[in-house]
Design a binder for this molecule. Structure first.
Ligand SMILES: *[C@@H]1O[C@H](CO)[C@@H](O)[C@H](O)[C@H]1NC(C)=O
Ligand SMILES: *[C@@H]1O[C@H](CO)[C@@H](O)[C@H](O)[C@H]1NC(C)=O
Ligand SMILES: *[C@@H]1O[C@H](CO)[C@@H](O)[C@H](O)[C@H]1NC(C)=O
Ligand SMILES: *[C@@H]1O[C@H](CO)[C@@H](O)[C@H](O)[C@H]1NC(C)=O
Ligand SMILES: *[C@@H]1O[C@H](CO)[C@@H](O)[C@H](O)[C@H]1NC(C)=O
Ligand SMILES: *[C@@H]1O[C@H](CO)[C@@H](O)[C@H](O)[C@H]1NC(C)=O
Ligand SMILES: *[C@@H]1O[C@H](CO)[C@@H](O)[C@H](O)[C@H]1NC(C)=O
Ligand SMILES: *[C@@H]1O[C@H](CO)[C@@H](O)[C@H](O)[C@H]1NC(C)=O
Ligand SMILES: [Zn+2]
Length: 762
């Protein structure tokens, strides 16, 4: 998945904290802990005597409640400079191209291609990283047959092809076993009914239609793709009594690069091929990701299963191309109001030049669609590949992940540009290990299966390892689409902002207009808030693990990306998406350096101050939202403001304190004052434990209203957007529902979480 959506929130560039004094830290470890037996004995005794006990804080971060790293004294084997050098010179274009060629050679729908999991595991082992396959038994659908026909007075007017054209030059498009066009988790059905053009099928679009008294009940919705996650279009249509949904990709959303503007369609040019179809999941992503029959627990064989329809549709849906949509749209000409005059969100579409007037309908009773969708529902295994490099500190873990499954045989952009990059990251890490590197912290690599249907592989894994992850995980670094254009994009928990700015500032951009420009120099610096739409969701929103998601997306000057279509192929990537494969390499470097910086700096590269700053901005957003609802005019933000200010202060103090710790680490301490070093070691360890669990303080065990799987009080996918992030969702949704009691309840919950985070950092 991972369709990029418009920016929701931006954070301005700030300078990173002063340096981490790495080698000195190691030296101190060696001197203080390695040299004498006495020192080691005292290591166990001194801290209990010297350090104050902190009764109010979770014991999980207290240093003495943790086992000692087994192999102290820690030595990295190589210097940080050497490590950076290896990670930023190993990834190369030829390898990236060859991994991409492998992954895109055949179909790899969720649960359908064990050989790709085996191949991936074997590659990682070959690179020097121990890896295993972790399987789950998941409930899933595979397509059997489909039909979409336009009928007038019982006569066939148009039979949709529901097929993407075969292209001579692009072998992926003619594979015998290519994947049909269909929707993940769509309901089987055979419906015949008049239809209505519902614009993007957003919640607001449906509100506008109802306000205009357009009959929806019993009709089929014809919706443009875009704006929100596709499953939520089906969800709302179903709630309003519609009987089916058809979605198409309108060239209006391709920006400048359209046939209307004179660009040739793929394969001759960069515009959208008119027969391209966007497959995709229609799960209700903002209600529950993962296997819909095992909410909150892992889908192991034999576990109890619930009815999936709380988070999957009960009405059928089909995706179509704009070529197939044209006759359907034209048949609505003259019926009902025209979309252009309808409401502020309604702008017609990009097919007016083809004779479409974008009338809303409904079509007359004599003009109907026959929509047939036949799906095979099974419970079947899928396979994650998990690799691990053990660090010296046993309870601080960095996780890197990308999904491997695709809707099509290709998937050169989504997700296998990320898979190719991940292989290059692991190959680079393998080289560093070969050179003698012993990471300070543990690094886990994941190649997820089943992301496309609903983040299944990652969600089930997080659900299974939740206790371990809660105790160990420092951050999750996701790359879904690694490269499909030239424009760097990132979304993250603000605690990671500084790290992202730092690392992107160190990787050369493949597109330097002047010598020496970095990825960061060319990037606009915007970091989006975390929504959903990729595998970070369970980490961020369910487990409270700071996450990020990044890659090179498409900008206005890039070729149109054929999202979830046969044309997201190796041939397209090689000719349009990333011709020289440099963007694959650049994303691998950024990813590897992010992991290395998190794994190696003695003091974790996280910023409590940026998190607090993010929270202030989110609260300002919420205040703006509150103004939209007059019923909420009595709501007071006074106490939330004050709790946020307190948190900002304690976060700023904490960052200052850890910066000083860094300076102290850098100072030479004579060996006979080894106890100073021991004390310092404990302070560093305690500070890191606090950074590690800071994001966890924002989890509310009860979860969000009517979607209790989502535990984070700050981040969730919007109820009715899916991809885009909503901040302080509990509060904002209470405003939307004009429920003052509930708004006050959420105000209290959020204040408590802020209080707990403030206490933690004291
Ligand atoms: C990144 O951080 C390191 C260590 O603090 C610092 O030396 C370096 O200058 C920073 N780089 C950028 C581009 O900000
Ligand atoms: C699995 O993927 C490989 C490599 O892309 C491909 O060659 C093979 O045909 C696929 N297998 C199946 C069963 O689809
Ligand atoms: C769908 O239903 C119609 C009438 O109810 C029937 O004539 C047609 O054969 C059905 N189509 C399929 C593919 O089952
Ligand atoms: C919709 O119907 C209601 C009730 O019949 C009526 O009051 C209202 O004016 C109608 N709205 C429009 C836009 O026609
Ligand atoms: C749409 O309707 C409005 C008002 O009814 C009209 O002014 C406009 O010309 C129509 N546009 C098209 C493209 O038919
Ligand atoms: C990593 O450490 C764990 C726990 O100590 C151990 O079970 C595992 O075998 C180690 N893995 C590797 C690859 O060394
Ligand atoms: C660099 O950017 C320019 C303008 O966006 C573009 O024309 C050119 O193809 C890009 N070059 C590379 C190597 O990405
Ligand atoms: C408002 O929220 C409360 C829970 O805080 C709930 O009990 C109540 O039913 C809600 N009221 C409405 C009108 O939905
Ligand atoms: Zn994806």
């Amino acid at each position: 998945m991972d369709e990029r959506t418009p920016l929701i929130s931006t954070v301005s560039v700030t300078r990173p904290r002063p340096g981490y004094h790495h080698s000195t830290f190691r030296r101190f470890c060696t001197i203080a802990l390695g040299s004498t037996l006495i020192a080691v004995v005292i290591c166990f005794l001194i801290p209990i005597a010297v350090l104050p006990r902190d009764h109010d804080s979770p014991s999980s971060y207290l240093p003495w409640s943790r086992p000692f790293p087994r192999s102290w004294p820690h030595t990295s084997g190589i210097s940080v400079e050497e490590l950076r050098e290896i990670l930023s010179t190993t990834p190369d274009e030829d390898n990236a191209r060859s991994w991409s060629e492998y992954y895109t050679a055949g179909p790899h729908l969720a649960g359908k291609n064990l050989s790709q999991a085996v191949w991936t595991r074997d590659k990682w082992e070959e690179f020097g990283v121990k890896a295993d396959i972790v399987a789950y038994d998941i409930y899933i659908n595979y397509p059997i047959s489909h039909r979409l026909a336009l009928l007038k007075e019982g006569q066939l007017k148009y039979e949709c092809s529901l097929e993407e054209d075969v292209i001579q030059d692009d072998p992926t498009t003619s594979l015998k076993d290519r994947v049909p066009t269909f929707h993940g988790y769509s309901a089987s059905g055979n419906v015949t009914a008049p239809y209505v053009f519902v614009n993007y099928g957003t919640y607001q679009d449906f509100e506008d239609l109802q306000a205009a008294n357009i009959t929806l009940k019993g009709k089929i919705a014809l919706a443009k793709y875009g704006a929100i996650f596709r499953g939520l279009k089906v969800k709302r249509a179903q709630e309003l009594g519609m009987v089916g949904v058809v979605m198409y990709s309108d060239p209006q959303d391709d920006g400048e690069v359209t046939e209307e503007n004179g660009y040739k369609p793929y394969p001759e040019g960069p515009a959208r091929n008119p027969s391209s179809v966007q497959r995709g999941s229609t799960q209700f992503l903002s209600t529950l990701p993962g296997d819909p029959t095992t909410p909150g627990y892992p889908s192991k064989p034999g576990v109890p299963r619930v009815d999936p329809h709380g988070s999957t549709p009960q009405i059928p849906s089909l995706p179509i191309s704009y070529g197939d949509a044209l006759p359907l749209l034209k048949a609505l000409n003259g019926h009902g109001p025209n979309a252009t005059s309808f409401g502020k969100h309604w702008q017609g579409g990009g097919l007016a030049y083809k004779g479409v007037e974008y009338n809303i309908g409904p079509s007359p009773d004599s003009v109907v669609l026959n929509l047939v969708n036949e799906q095979d529902y099974v419970t079947t295994p899928l396979w994650n590949v998990i690799g691990i490099v053990n660090g010296t500190i046993p309870d601080e873990v960095i996780v890197l992940g990308n999904h491997r499954d695709a809707w099509i045989a290709g998937g050169a952009g989504d997700p296998n540009s990320g898979s190719a990059a991940l292989n290059e990251v692991i190959r680079s890490i393998g080289k560093a290990l070969e050179a003698g590197w012993k990471p300070l912290r543990t690094i886990v690599f994941a190649s997820w299966d089943g992301e496309e249907y609903g983040l299944i592989g990652s969600t089930e894994w997080v659900e299974e390892y939740l206790p371990w992850l809660s105790a160990h995980a420092v951050a999750y670094l996701n790359v879904d689409v690694g490269a499909r254009g030239k424009h760097f994009e990132a979304a993250a928990s603000p605690i990671l902002n500084k790290l992202i700015y730092n690392v992107t500032g160190a990787v050369p951009s493949p597109n330097q207009t002047t010598e020496g420009q970095s990825v960061g120099d060319i990037w606009d610096g915007r970091i989006r808030t975390m929504g959903s739409g990729s595998d970070f969701t369970a980490f961020q929103d369910f487990a409270g693990i700071p996450s990020l998601d990044l890659g090179f997306g498409s900008g206005p000057d890039d070729a149109v990306y054929h999202y979830h279509s046969n044309y997201d192929s190796f041939h397209w990537m090689d000719n349009y998406g990333d011709k020289g494969w440099q963007y694959h390499v650049a994303v691998a470097k950024v990813w590897a350096l992010l992991a290395a910086q998190l794994a190696e700096t003695p003091i974790l590269s996280l910023s409590a101050g940026d998190y607090a700053k993010g929270l202030s901005e989110y609260l300002d957003d919420v205040k703006d939202r509150a103004k939209e609802y007059s019923a909420m005019s009595g709501f007071s933000f006074r106490e939330l403001d004050s709790a946020t200010t307190k948190f900002r202060k304690s976060a700023a103090h904490f960052d200052e304190y850890t910066a000083k710790l860094g300076q102290r680490l850098a100072k030479r301490v004579p060996w006979w004052q080894w106890w100073k070093k021991v004390k310092l070691f404990y302070e560093v360890r305690k500070a890191n434990q606090k950074y590690k669990v800071l994001e966890r303080q924002f989890l509310f065990p009860g979860g969000l209203d009517s979607r209790p799987w989502f535990k984070h009080v700050v981040f969730a996918p919007g109820r009715w957007t899916g991809y885009a992030g909503a901040t302080y969702p509990g509060l904002v949704e209470s405003f939307e529902d004009r429920n003052m009691t509930n708004a006050e309840r959420w105000e209290h919950i959020i204040r408590e979480r802020l209080g707990s985070a403030t206490e933690l950092l004291k």
